[in-house]
Write a protein that binds this ligand. Structure first.
Ligand code: NAP
Length: 495
């Protein structure tokens, strides 16, 4: 297998994704899989095969764990200041190469370039934030209540970490795990999604350039994620599993990790309510809804999945959203004019189509979109539905696409009950000019995150994560993100 060893080239006319390294990245080397098999990477805008990456075997995964184990002692002993400087360099290089990285993300994921640029900026921030946090990991010191001894708490890197990420944010979901893990002093094996491996490999080359030593970050792609992950988790040196993806796969992985009592962080699916009260600023609510719904063409775990508009503002809000959604330009991710790119796969389009047909069959009305064109590429048009009933499947299932389902509500208690009527609990959005009401409703909504008069809440400086079936643990934030990759050691001291 010919493994390209290309470098970043900032001249956009020279952009050539085939020059990016994309072998398995193990112990600082690029290599084919042990049985030579490959996974094809498809451009969702054209359905063309754009690259092929190695399909790692269990033996390759064992080699990655070995590499992470070999590098662990050295990285753990590296001074926090030095680790911090390497992470800072990762941030700087990502910012320098943001155009190239964004183009690569758009190509393999299909998202509009403007979304890809936003993702690169967000992804890079995890390195800046964790570079700053790496030198601020402190322990605790206190006197036992009995007065008999001192309580000393020291924080240690948890050990080798297996990181598994989805395709919808190929850069950010990886850096949100790698940056805090490295800041904490851990070594890692990243398994990115099979649909979007090129970004993960391009970033691996960047980490190396920034000074991340061989074996500290290893990256492997596989079409056999269950057995490959199980083999890694069965190695007693692996002490952490950090997963972002669907709730279904999260449940399987939790059961697998339980066999070895491995610490788990789970960032899982969402079903975010977006609540607009009568007193909301209509334009601000519409702007926020467009971001909450259409960032990443709806392919986001935090995407507004159910929009509830109070009776007095409902019609104006529905019409405003229809106008904005209908005006969006659907097109190839890499076309700079595109505002809504394709979905990741044909299967994703079929699922959205099924959910829309189900809602319409139960009484919802289509205000715009709602029909799949027979073109090349996995496109679904921006769609607004109104009068979506509570028993529609999309009220319980992630749409993960550019479909905005609106329902009318009358009062606060009713909308809180409807918002909480889901097994998920990741994100929620509230629009009201009454801050006291906003804070009250936010406190009653069963989610890990609430955006109040905002369409976006993701921030490396804030704890991101869900409750209920949306996950366990937090990523980012002061202490939270790094704490997931550390163990506390308590020492009782008689002085
Ligand atoms: P997915 O099907 O669960 O896949 C996620 C990752 O898990 C991929 O790398 C996948 O590999 C891997 N995987 C699949 N089956 C596995 C198994 N048995 N053992 C080990 N790994 C396995 O999710 P997705 O479709 O890529 O992503 C969309 C989902 O992610 C949505 O539910 C979304 O809400 C959620 N998400 C959550 C957050 C959050 O922060 N809460 C953020 C983004 C996305 P392959 O690609 O090789 O199948």
């Amino acid at each position: 297998m010919n493994i390209p060893q290309g470098q970043f080239n900032e001249d956009p006319d020279m952009f050539d994704y085939t020059t990016f390294s994309h072998g398995l990245y193990i112990d600082g080397h690029w290599r084919p899989s042990s049985d030579g098999r490959l996974i094809e990477v498809i451009d969702p805008s054209t359905e063309a095969v754009i690259a092929a990456v190695p399909d790692a075997t269990i033996a390759d995964a064992a080699a990655a764990v070995e590499a992470a184990a070999k590098a662990a002692a050295g990285w753990r002993a590296t001074a926090p200041r030095k680790r911090s400087e390497i992470l800072r360099r990762c941030f700087e290089l990502m910012v320098e190469r943001s155009d190239t990285l964004a183009a690569l993300i758009s190509l393999e994921n299909g998202k509009a370039l403007r979304d890809a640029r936003g993702e690169v900026a967000y992804a890079a921030e995890f390195f800046r934030w964790n570079a700053e946090e790496a030198v601020r990991i402190s322990g605790e010191f206190g006197l036992a209540p009995s007065g008999a001894n001192r309580i000393v708490v020291d924080y240690h890197p948890i050990g080798i970490c297996v990181l598994i990420t989805p395709w919808n944010f190929p850069a950010a979901m990886a850096t949100r795990k790698i940056a805090p893990a490295l800041a904490a002093g851990c070594t890692v094996i990243l398994k990115p999604a099979s649909e979007t491996p090129l970004t993960a490999y391009a970033l691996a080359a960047l980490y190396e350039e920034a000074g991340v030593p061989p074996g500290v970050v290893n990256v492997l792609t596989t079409s056999n994620p269950g057995p490959v992950t199980s083999a890694m988790l069965a190695d007693p040196r692996v002490r952490k599993l950090s997963f972002t993806g669907s709730t279904g796969v999260g449940r399987v992985l939790l059961a697998e990790a339980a066999k070895h009592v491995i610490s788990c962080s789970m960032e899982l699916g969402g079903n975010a309510p977006f609540i607009v009260f009568d007193d909301a600023d209509l334009d601000a609510a519409l702007d926020g809804a467009m971001v909450a719904k259409m960032r990443n063409a709806g392919e986001a775990c935090t995407a507004a999945n159910r929009i509830y508009a109070q009776a007095g503002i409902h019609d104006a809000f529905a019409e405003g959203l229809r106008q904005r959604m209908a005006a969006l330009k659907l097109g190839s991710g890499t076309d700079p004019d595109t505002e809504c790119g394709p979905m990741i796969t044909r299967k994703a389009v079929e699922k959205i189509d099924r959910l829309v047909k189900d809602a319409v069959g139960r009484g919802a009305r289509i205000l715009c979109g709602g029909a799949v064109a027979d073109d090349k590429g996995y496109f679904y048009p921006p769609t607004v539905l109104r009068d979506v009933p509570a028993n529609a499947e999309m009220a319980q299932e992630e749409i993960f696409g550019p479909v905005a389902p609106i329902s009318r509500f009358e009062n606060e208690d009713e909308v809180i009950a409807r918002a909480n009527d889901t097994e998920y609990g990741l994100a929620a959005y509230i629009y009201t000019r009454d801050l006291a009401r906003g804070m009250h409703v936010a406190s009653k909504i069963e989610t890990g995150m609430v955006a109040l008069n905002r369409g976006l809440m993701s921030d490396p400086a804030a704890p991101f994560g869900g409750v209920k079936q949306s996950g366990l643990g937090r990523e980012g934030g002061q202490k939270h993100g790094i704490a997931e990759f550390m163990e506390a050691k308590y020492i009782a001291v008689t002085m």
